[in-house]
Design a binder for this molecule. Structure first.
Ligand code: NAD
Ligand code: WQD
Length: 336
């Protein structure tokens, strides 16, 4: 069992991971400034897990606060979720994104170094591959992030890799997530977007509860099975378990290793809408709209390396993703 500090642990992926880590007996400290989350999410995890954990309300860019947290908790490993993630907003506010995602990571590494913590598991994104040369995308695919958000992830990966190379005995696991969706089966924790959702699943879920009139399908003339965009959706509980496997891996091995975290299968927008309609028991309204700028026809990964080295693979399909999202959304129509 390890002492693990989670930056951004109150967020969507953080809370699901926290629950899985507690179930495995790990000792946890969450550091979050609640910029995009609520303390209520952590209260619910505490009840679900029936285990306690530390929570420190702090900004990862606040070196003094972060140092105090590290000196008190003495983590053996860090999972670094904290960051800003809205792709469109990042184009309008690049400095805010570089500040949180890059400066925040630098402060974190500085504090890890000062307190002798040498194991990092980082939330990266499959967006670092950019427009794919081939499918499925493996970890050797060229890197060419096509957005400000993607560049913050790519730069953070490079910083972490340089840090790890320079410090013998450190471990750096870079997890490149495909499209995380779904919720815990209990329906008590899930994704809670603050504004109009940018992403497909939360948008469909809000249509299903009547908060939005219809889904706009961004283009039906792509070169895919039905003309709509195809993505590798990964259930957040599977993703959470990948972090547990990554912690175990980092406790045993040194150096940098990068893993795709996805299912290896693509689903189209229409397939996701059909799966959700089945889960909620009615046909959901949609209108075909124009393509969204920057969108790609098909994007899915090869998760084989994670299976070989982490012993992890996704077990949930799109029906589980839709059912759990529906349970979360219908039981918490206004979020936390
Ligand atoms: P989220 O917004 O739900 O969680 C991020 C958490 O970080 C929030 O609780 C937020 O309050 C906290 N945070 C933000 N800035 C902070 C700061 N300066 N100091 C301390 N805490 C701060 O997002 P998520 O979906 O759970 O994503 C977690 C990580 O995974 C992010 O780094 C994101 O970029 C990455 N990621 C997400 C997706 C996705 O589609 N959800 C895909 C790939 C990668
Ligand atoms: C999925 C599909 C849309 C909304 C984004 C980020 C990526 C990663 C995951 C963080 C596409 C279509 C969507 C809608 C639609 N995040 N769509 N109507 O764009 O694959 O990835 O989230 O790292 O970096 O870019 O996900 O959920 O936005 O879109 O038709 O209202 O759904 O065109 O084909 P995307 P998404």
């Amino acid at each position: 069992m390890a002492r693990v500090l989670l930056t951004g642990g109150a967020g969507y992926i953080g809370t699901h991971t926290l629950l899985e880590l507690l179930a495995q007996g790990h000792e946890i400290c969450v550091v979050d400034n609640f910029d995009n989350s609520s303390p209520e999410a952590l209260a619910r995890v505490r009840r679900l897990a029936n285990h306690d954990f530390k929570v420190i309300e702090a900004d990862i860019r606040d070196r003094t606060a972060l140092l105090a947290a590290f000196e008190d908790f003495r983590p053996e490993a860090v999972i670094h979720f904290a960051g800003l993630k809205a792709v469109g907003e990042a184009e309008a506010k690049p400095l805010a994104y570089y500040d949180t995602n890059i400066s925040g990571t630098l402060v974190l590494l500085d504090v890890m170094e000062a307190t002798g913590c040498g194991r990092m598991i980082f939330s990266s994104s499959a967006t670092v591959y950019g427009e794919p040369d081939y499918l499925p995308i493996d970890e050797d695919h060229p890197l060419r992030a096509g957005s400000v958000y993607g560049r913050t992830k790519l730069m953070a990966e490079q910083i972490l890799t340089d840090w790890c190379r320079a410090h013998e005995g450190t471990s750096n696991v870079l997890l490149r997530y495909f499209n995380p969706v779904g919720a815990h089966a209990s329906g008590t924790i899930g994704e809670d977007p603050q504004d109009i959702p940018n992403n497909l699943m939360p948008y469909i879920a809000q249509v299903a509860v009547g908060r939005r009139e219809h889904l706009s399908v961004f283009g039906d003339d792509y070169d895919t099975r039905d003309g709509t965009g195809e993505r590798d959706y990964i259930h957040v509980v599977d993703l959470a378990r990948a972090h547990v496997a990554a912690v175990d891996y980092a406790m045993e091995r040194m150096g940098t290793e990068v893993f795709n975290i996805g299912t290896g299968n693509g689903s189209t927008v229409m397939e996701m809408l059909a799966a959700f309609s089945k889960a909620c028991g009615r046909e959901l309204p949609y209108k075909v709209a124009s393509r969204r700028v920057g969108d790609i026809a098909s994007y899915y990964g090869d998760p084989g390396k994670a299976a070989r080295l982490l012993g992890w693979r996704a077990i949930h399909g799109v029906d589980d993703m839709s059912r759990s999202t529906w349970k979360w959304q219908s039981e918490n129509p206004d979020g936390y």
